[in-house]
Design a protein around this ligand. Structure first.
Ligand code: NAG
Ligand code: NAG
Ligand code: NAG
Ligand code: NAG
Ligand code: NAG
Ligand code: NAG
Ligand code: NAG
Ligand code: NAG
Ligand code: NAG
Ligand code: NAG
Ligand code: NAG
Length: 794
């Protein structure tokens, strides 16, 4: 039996490689020789001419090494050559110019909000030491998302990839990063909300596209038409695909959870961010998740992987499985009959042997091709001259630290500000009581998937720049198990000109593998807040650090608490970001990327019920602002400002005339009893020639700053579908722009919507339909409604 042996470049990477084959989904794993010394690496790129001449080879005879050839041509040549031959008893691996060290590469690195040292233990991934002691730790994504500023999201991605490249040059990081996490926060209890861009699939997708482009794109080559040759700065990965958002809730864990998901929710909510990440972000990798979807493990579902990601969305890259998720599903692999593992391992020297189940050679070739093209685009084979001068000074640079501070400032959300208490003035405030379990927060501010930050600026450090600070914790820690430390905090508040209460959650309450069971502040935090507020001499400002929403109705109601800020987990410079907002150096304009539910919401439905729409028979309310119509502590998109904005409609597209061919049929939509149902209720968006003027909706607004301070405003445009359609979203965000408007000035804000993308309704079968009628656009906190008419014409 002819056995193909591979000399695998970057083979440790393939440890996590999945292949979905047409008939029997199966997996390939590579086992690592435990004796191989993984600390020896060589960063000389694979196709360096010296390597060939050292071996007496002519580089010109190796198509894979010739740069001007297209990547897919080069990779085909490479894989064709990988079959090893036995020459006088020795396996020949070096006749291609390869070195043993080429099989090693750091395949697991993370960069959720900064270069992180989370990674494969026992082998080399990203690490910090005296050479690179830390990297810039930006706010966790949930806070950065609250800025609703696409260019900030991209800029952070660019800063992170610059630091990653610099660390790679120093041998301290890989090139393939398993970030971002773009699962939609379907339920307010989810422990991983901090890692995500929130509850709205469109916002999550926009964040993904911008962050991925920031990580991956090489300036000046963004528009390369051959996507298999488009250069990469680092490789990003959109995860976890799909419908993954239960970690560990009342004993239900992610490894065993079977998410029962309808076609409608799958398309409309769970897949949409991934679709945007692949199609608009051109991400190089998608990671499948631990959970099952409707009984099938996501990593072995050919419909989800091959048909959708590769087929429909045209991924240029590879699909990777989450840590061990292959082991979870791989129960039936067998060794190649005629080549025992140790012989293969010996022959390959690099310490890797191929372990194959029902995987065909052609499938391995295809999988290798997807991976090697990405490595080639990263410069792994040819080097990347444009990044080679990045070094130590580019990590934790002043510019990046300032960007981390700026991201915190832009994201912080003002939830309450009675009588314009904020901003405070240093004229009146000489001493401040800064109290609460997060008053001196450091590592809590960087959440999870973090590295070692360059430094920390805690809240007490931040406020010390403005006034004299009296610091009391009020609680032993976030769990605040008893009242013993409350009195000293009250005493401090009595003495000071103003009181800042910094409270909230941390990874002991919401984290990976830890969902919440209620939405309250833990332990005695509520008592701390109420007692301090009652006794405080000056104004009381409550600052909440958390990812998920917290039911703070008591504080909203308490007139002794003048102001409330949400600061997410604000990153290494969080303290200065908060202080700058409190003292008005920066005017807040963040908006909540999540609904803040009242605590009784969690009693109304189990976390494991996946449907987004209400289930009336069971009394389950809807999920997310699109389907929940009840009362909230603060709604999605909420956020106040230090000034006032008014909106005026300048112009808008009044009606769309969508031309149908005679082959296009009308599709049915259910309407509620008594509501008007048009003759042709809807058409299928897939049947339309999208992208032309027929389908474009333009909107021109004027936003005026009527107040006495300069400020930023996030302009959000929602679509309210035609009334009467059963199970349509209540409203749906279709566009947003953050703009700066000076006091007394106006700013024109333009939007252009593609009706095919923005005005669709996913029906119960998963079809994307454009309803007749049009509905209306809604903006300016619901005060400005703009009717829209859609007519189908033959
Ligand atoms: C691996 O190689 C490094 C560098 O040559 C050496 O310092 C280290 O001791 C080796 N580790 C083992 C386990 O052999
Ligand atoms: C790395 O490659 C260079 C040749 O480019 C060689 O001089 C050096 O010894 C190699 N280092 C290791 C650790 O293999
Ligand atoms: C790539 O295309 C975008 C959109 O058309 C354009 O704004 C940008 O300038 C282009 N970039 C380059 C480097 O040509
Ligand atoms: C690095 O080198 C490139 C040219 O190879 C140059 O364009 C770039 O400005 C340099 N960057 C730094 C930070 O020196
Ligand atoms: C706002 O200030 C006015 C006048 O000082 C005071 O009467 C009122 O109670 C304040 N309102 C709140 C909510 O603090
Ligand atoms: C704040 O926390 C840091 C890190 O834990 C610690 O070193 C420092 O002493 C704390 N500051 C105060 C005033 O307790
Ligand atoms: C109360 O909490 C503090 C701080 O966590 C701890 O030191 C103390 O032992 C606790 N007291 C009681 C009675 O549990
Ligand atoms: C808050 O105020 C509302 C309206 O006045 C009231 O219905 C509610 O019971 C109050 N809740 C709390 C927790 O104080
Ligand atoms: C809100 O949703 C629930 C659950 O579907 C429904 O029973 C109720 O009628 C809705 N209320 C309003 C005001 O639309
Ligand atoms: C904004 O307008 C509201 C209502 O018109 C007013 O009560 C409030 O004081 C204004 N706020 C600022 C900061 O100008
Ligand atoms: C958006 O973020 C970028 C990058 O930090 C910043 O330059 C810009 O001013 C921000 N836009 C607004 C309106 O805040």
């Amino acid at each position: 039996m002819a056995t193909k042996l591979y000399f695998l470049i970057c083979s440790t990477f393939l440890f996590h490689f999945t292949i979905a084959s047409r008939n029997s989904p199966s997996a390939l794993t590579i086992t690592q020789n435990p004796n191989f010394n993984t600390t020896v690496r060589n960063y000389t790129h694979v196709c360096h001419p010296d390597r060939f001449s050292d071996l007496g080879l002519d580089i010109k005879e190796f198509a894979y090494a010739i740069r001007r050839f297209k990547c897919d041509v080069r990779v085909k040549d490479l894989i064709d050559r990988m079959t090893l031959t036995k020459n006088r008893g020795n396996w020949e691996t070096t006749r291609m110019g390869f070195r043993e060290s080429d099989s090693q590469c750091t395949w697991w690195s993370e960069a959720l909000h900064g270069v992180s040292n989370v990674g494969q233990s026992g082998s080399i991934a990203t690490y910090f030491d005296d050479v690179v002691p830390g990297a810039t730790s930006f706010p966790t994504p949930i806070l950065t998302t609250a800025s609703f500023n696409q260019s900030l999201w991209k800029k952070i991605g660019q800063a992170v990839s610059t630091e990653a490249r610099a660390m790679y040059n120093l041998g301290h990081a890989g090139l393939t990063f398993w970030s971002p996490n773009i699962n939609v926060v379907r339920d307010p209890r989810w422990g991983r909300a901090l890692e995500t861009p929130g509850e709205d699939p469109y916002v999550v997708g926009e964040y993904a596209v911008n962050y991925v482009r920031g990580l991956q794109d090489v300036e000046g080559t963004e528009n390369t038409t051959d996507l298999n040759s488009r250069p990469l700065k680092v490789a990003a990965c959109c995860k976890h695909y799909a419908a993954y958002d239960v970690d560990n809730w009342l004993g239900v864990d992610r490894y065993h959870f079977d998410a029962r998901v309808t076609e409608q929710d799958m398309k409309e909510t769970f897949l949409r961010p991934f679709e945007m990440c692949v199609k608009e972000g051109d991400v190089t990798s998608v990671m499948c998740s631990y959970n099952r979807v409707n009984g099938i493990p996501t990593c072995s579902d050919p419909k989800l992987l091959k048909d959708t990601i590769r087929g429909e969305w045209d991924l240029h890259g590879y699909i990777v499985s989450d840590c061990d998720s292959i082991q979870v599903i791989l129960d039936d692999h067998k060794w190649l009959d005629d080549e025992p593992e140790d012989a293969v391992a010996q022959a390959l020297k690099a310490g890797n042997s191929v372990k194959m189940g029902k995987v065909k050679e052609a499938e391995i070739d295809k999988a290798l091709k997807n991976l090697y093209i990405v490595l080639m685009r990263l410069g792994f084979f040819d080097g990347s001259p444009q990044f080679e001068n990045l070094s130590k000074s580019h990590v934790c640079s002043d510019e990046h630290i300032e960007l981390a501070t700026e991201a915190a400032r832009q994201g912080i959300v003002l939830l309450k500000n009675d009588n314009g208490t904020l901003p405070l003035s240093t004229k009146n405030i000489k001493t401040m009581a800064v109290v609460g379990p997060h008053a001196n927060a450091t590592d809590a501010m960087i959440g999870n998937y973090a590295g070692i930050p360059c430094q920390y600026t805690s809240p007490i450090d931040g406020f010390s720049k403005y006034a004299k600070v009296i610091y009391k914790t009020g609680c032993g820690d976030v769990l605040c198990k008893n009242e013993s430390l409350i009195y000293p905090a009250v005493k401090a508040a009595k003495k000071a000109d103003a009181t800042i209460l910094v409270v909230g959650l941390d990874l002991t309450v919401e984290a990976e593998s830890l969902d919440r069971t209620d939405l309250l502040l833990p332990g005695y935090q509520t008592q701390l807040i109420q007692q301090v507020a009652t006794e405080s001499n000056g104004p009381v400002i409550l600052v909440i650090m958390s990812a998920g929403g917290v039911d703070i109705t008591f504080a909203k109601n308490n007139s002794n608490i003048q102001s409330i800020l949400w600061a997410g987990y604000p990153g290494e410079e969080g303290g200065i970001g908060i202080a700058d907002v409190v003292f008005g150096k920066h005017a807040p304009s963040g908006k909540l990327p999540l609904t803040w539910h009242e605590n009784d919401y969690v009693d109304m439905l189990p976390m494991t019920s996946m449907p987004l729409r209400p289930i009336d028979d069971l009394g389950y309310p809807g999920r997310t602002y699109k389907f929940f119509n009840g009362s909230t502590v603060y709604p999605f998109g909420y956020g106040l400002s230090y000034t006032n904005f008014t909106y005026k409609l300048l112009s808008s597209t009044k009606s769309l005339h969508v031309k149908l061919t005679k082959f296009q049929h009308c599709r049915d939509l259910d309407y509620t009893d008594g509501s008007y149902k048009p003759d042709c209720p809807a058409i299928s968006i897939d049947d339309l020639k999208c992208g032309d003027d027929d389908h474009r909706v333009k909107l021109e607004l004027e936003v005026k700053n009527e107040g006495k301070r300069d400020g930023n405003e996030v302009v959000m445009v929602y679509w309210s579908p035609p009334s009467g359609i059963v199970e349509a979203p209540i409203v749906e965000l279709i566009g947003f722009k953050r703009v700066w408007v000076g006091k007394g000035q106006s700013q024109k804000v333009d939007f252009e919507f593609d009706a095919c993308k923005s005005l669709g309704i996913v029906d119960y079968r998963g079809y994307n339909l454009m309803p007749s009628g049009g509905g209306k656009l809604v903006t300016g906190d619901g005060l400005l409604e703009i009717p829209l008419h859609i007519k189908f014409e033959r």
